[in-house]
Design a protein around this ligand. Sequence first.
Ligand SMILES: [Zn+2]
Length: 412
Amino acid sequence: MSVSFMFLGGAGEVGNVALELAVDGAHFLCDYGYAPSRPPSFPQRLTRVPDLVLLSHCHVDHSGMVPHLCGRSEVEVLATPPTQALSELLAYDSLKVARNENYSLPYESHDVRRAQGLFDLAPFGGNREVKGVEVRMRPAGHVPGATMFELEGSRKVLFTGDINTVDTHLVRGTKPRPCDYLFVEGTYAGREHPDREQTEKRFVERVREVVDRGGKAIVPVFAVGRTQEVLMLLARTGLETWLDGMGQRVNRIMLDEPGFLKEPALLRRAEGRARYVRGEYLRNAAMRGEVIVTTGGMLDGGPVLSYLRALKDDRQSRVFLTGYQVEGTNGRLLLDRGLIDLGDGPQRIAPPVEFFDFSAHCGHGELVDFIKGCRPEKVVLFHGDQREKLAADLEGDFEVLMPKSMEKVKLA
Ligand SMILES: [Zn+2]
């Protein structure tokens, strides 16, 4: 009876999560993603084909390598229905982005199709047995369908994927689950989020102010999660809100699986109120509207760039960033230095920029509470570049491990 593991990526960094985990002779691969930087970075090679892939959620840094694996091996992928549908959408979109940017990904469209056929779908509470180890699925509170996996063999292991313990408009926050060994993400180790309600209130007020004085509110969003959160907030305002980009298709997928939403009626209403931009003609109409919600969330591509080109001299308008801006992205450049590359080098634009923290991850204190609530014997921190800050608040209570990628560790 034993538990051992090795991260192939995503241990001391945010991105490309891949965890090989062996429990009592059953071999699991927990997530298999790549970091969608420009160009992307990939996890190390698998040491073996797993018995089962456990896919926590759709985001590319957790799911992006699944087509690569399934295109070559007959291995099943356990996930929820929204995770399947959303990861398919993101996999095709990533291929499109890669073609536009002239780099290659280690899979093709036919691998995505093959992977889709290898999904084994289950709801929260669903379970499977692999070589005597029971696998159970629990909600992670991160985005619709996001799952924590409980593995019960000789010891109980919990793999969180990405988690949030705070309720958002889209999903309910997750709760701790007792376990012996806890693998927990630490994206926001050392950082706290501001109060959610206050942030939402301030966001709506600021958007209104801009519209009232005749400007446009440009709200760049991530397609999965942030688009829907922002639309639900804006639905109450009565402002003329246009939605452009991949978020439109994500809305459809989420509404097709209402059981994974906190309040499906709210999203349905928000979707009904938003005007969809389909084609260039409507993009012009959106430009005459009040609020434009559009991908990409970090301003590195997508329709948002067309809007910024059109409004770059308009001082009345304003850009509202709603998600974390990774180093090296246009969004980060705009936040830090007031510059943006719209295709011909970094330049200043007239609309001011504001940042709102609508994170779908636990902040530092919430992570500590979650971990303590699980009462584990050992905690393995991953998916964080400041894990030691989290460890400092846990030391003494549990044994805390901060493995490096490619470090083989035996827990029992
Ligand atoms: Zn995520």
